[in-house]
Design a protein around this ligand. Structure first.
Ligand code: ZN
Length: 321
């Protein structure tokens, strides 16, 4: 008993990665998005599949290097009152006129940031700038996927106000890691997004609409499962961590009726559709005849990756309240 108590004292939560899909899901989303691209794009993206996949998590790693990075991954819609996703100014320029920039940054800016990166990627295509295309494609995939996560649209991002601490990691890391091999990933081809800015707002609006189930079903399943069966312990990176048990996770998954799978499928299709839209808006540049990356460029990409390592896993860099 003593040993167990001591162990619990040492335990830390499964790193909540509480600011995005877990690394596993982000990488899978970016990777699978590549395969839904049209023939004119797929060859280039497949050639760089490893880069696009591995660097899907760069924005999360960057949080520890660049202070401005944190707010780009979420938006606490509930601080703006009812129907915030419908009422908030669509453009960043209008938003900073209505609210102070500090206030916007405090509550997250993901829908505005998606559009910003969309414009940057369009420009990279226009310039035939391969390095920028790769970096920005990986980044845009990350932000679009984050916007698809219901818990990225609320101040109660980790259940901390409703006695559900850890729910963020449960939804976006634990469930995909346990179940993602069973998901159906046939999502159809990438499509053109006529209004990328509006689309970003629709994504967070849908995510917020799913939030009630995310929180309510966790409460329901918690009431049905004995506390000592709710959690289990796993070794991760040399540390014992407490995680939601497989039994709890599966029951929660069943209660959600495939919600995580649906959001992940949607993320895959949206990511490729944003990439495709940037390419179309740039005038459909020929990606098949770009000069191969030079050794120096390849080295630069590797160096950038190295600089983002090691990363820590604080409770949530998202906010520090
Ligand atoms: Zn993120």
């Amino acid at each position: 008993m003593k040993l167990r108590l001591a162990l619990i004292g040492l335990l830390i939560w499964l790193p909540p990665q509480a600011f995005s899909w877990g690394f596993f899901a982000h990488q899978r989303i970016n990777r699978l998005a590549v395969f839904t691209l049209p023939p004119e794009m797929i060859r280039f993206y497949k050639k760089h599949l490893t880069y696009i996949t591995e660097n899907a998590v760069n924005p999360d790693k960057r949080r520890y290097v660049i202070p401005q990075e944190g707010p780009r991954h979420f938006i606490d819609l509930d601080v703006y009152g009812d129907s915030a996703a419908l009422k908030l100014p669509r453009t960043w320029a209008a938003a900073i006129t209505k609210y102070t920039e500090d206030s916007l940054l405090k509550h997250g800016i993901v829908p505005w940031h998606i559009n910003r990166v969309k414009n940057q990627l369009t420009e990279a295509f226009r310039q035939h700038d391969q390095l920028a295309i790769l970096r920005l494609s990986a980044d845009l995939g990350h932000y679009v996927a984050d916007a698809c996560v219901p818990l990225h649209t609320t101040r109660n991002y980790n259940g901390q106000f409703t006695d559900q601490r850890g729910i963020h990691g449960l939804w976006e890391s634990r469930l995909p890691e346990l179940l993602a091999d069973q998901y159906d990933y046939l999502v159809g081809p990438a499509g053109y997004i006529a209004h990328p800015q509006t689309q970003a707002w629709q994504i967070v609006q849908q995510s917020q609409a799913a939030l009630d189930s995310v929180l309510r079903f966790e409460k329901e399943v918690s009431a049905e499962i004995a506390t000592d069966r709710k959690y289990s312990f796993e070794e991760r990176g040399g540390t014992t961590v407490r995680v939601y048990s497989a039994a709890f996770s599966r029951r929660y998954h069943e209660r959600l009726h495939g919600q995580v799978e649906r959001r992940m499928r949607q993320a895959i299709r949206l990511v490729s559709s944003y990439w495709y839209t940037c390419w179309v808006d740039a005038g459909q540049p020929d990606l098949n005849n770009l000069q191969p990356l030079t050794a120096a460029q390849q080295q630069l990409l590797l160096e950038e990756k190295r600089q983002l390592y090691p990363q820590f896993t604080p409770e949530r860099a998202h906010e520090t309240e």
